[in-house]
Design a protein around this ligand. Structure first.
Ligand code: BTN
Length: 243
């Protein structure tokens, strides 16, 4: 990954550009920008891209059925978490793919596909990391639950070498995803998970499920044991912890 790098000082969203370029550029192309004016988050939210962060998108062409895309999201979260742990911070994954340090969000991942077709051609992994971001720059509404690598480590990181390690980790996980059983990804994901074992509510456009997060299924869904002792599988949604 990263043999081809498309760099911009400023863009609206690296994911939008990566989507446009996906047909013309090879698999593994990175679209990276110093700042984003209209960074996009999951479920239609906006994404604040403060100076010092790392904002990029990876173009992948795995040629998988649409239902596998949730798995790719877990793969990306795992790779980012591993790269952060290489820096010496205790990064953990909150389902589906937020990376947390000390319970606060440091990275978000937005996985997008070329179209809602049965067989996906392009997967865009959009990764946003609060690397060398100052905590006092966060907007009031996200201040409480957000952090940066710099704040947690007590010093700024070398963004270039971190990105190199991150792309290496991502490539490794992507190869494993394509060549090994998914249960290998799942067991590693679970070992670095912040969510498994916690009481959660997961909101999807059609329902709200409450219970204990007990596992990840073979198709990459979160398994919840509800208070009525029923197991429910949720493939995508917004997850909140219940105190
Ligand atoms: C989320 O947690 O809601 C996902 C945030 C994803 C942000 C990244 S930054 C690079 C890429 N470009 C975007 O517009 N979004 C993703």
């Amino acid at each position: 990954l990263g043999k081809e790098i498309v760099y911009y000082d400023e863009v609206e969203s690296t994911n939008s550009i990566a989507k446009e370029l996906a047909g013309k550029y090879p698999e593994g192309t990175i679209v990276i920008a110093e700042t984003q004016k209209k960074g996009r988050g999951r479920m239609g939210s906006d994404w604040l891209s403060l100076p010092g962060g790392i904002w990029f998108s990876v173009i992948l062409k795995p040629s998988i059925p649409l239902e596998y895309v949730a798995k790719m999201t877990l793969v990306a979260g795992l790779a980012v978490t591993k790269a952060m742990r290489d820096l010496g911070v205790d990064a953990r994954i909150k389902w589906p793919n937020d990376v947390l340090i000390n319970g606060k969000k440091v990275c978000g991942i937005l996985t997008e596909v070329d179209a809602e077709v049965e067989q996906v051609e392009h997967v865009i992994l959009g990764i946003g990391i609060n690397a060398n971001v100052r905590l006092n720059e966060f907007r009031e509404d996200i201040k409480e639950n957000s952090t940066s690598i710099e704040a947690e480590l007590g010093e700024p990181i070398d963004r270039i070498s971190f990105i190199k390690d991150l792309l290496f980790q991502l490539e490794q996980e992507y190869i494993k995803f394509k060549t090994q059983q998914f249960s290998n990804v799942v067991s590693e994901w679970i070992s670095l998970s912040d969510t498994i074992g916690k009481k959660v509510t997961v909101t999807t456009p059609t329902k709200i499920t409450e219970g204990k997060a007990v596992g990840i299924t073979d198709r990459g869904a979160l398994l919840i044991l509800t208070d009525n002792n029923v197991k429910e599988e949720i493939i995508a949604g917004r997850c909140r912890y219940i105190k």
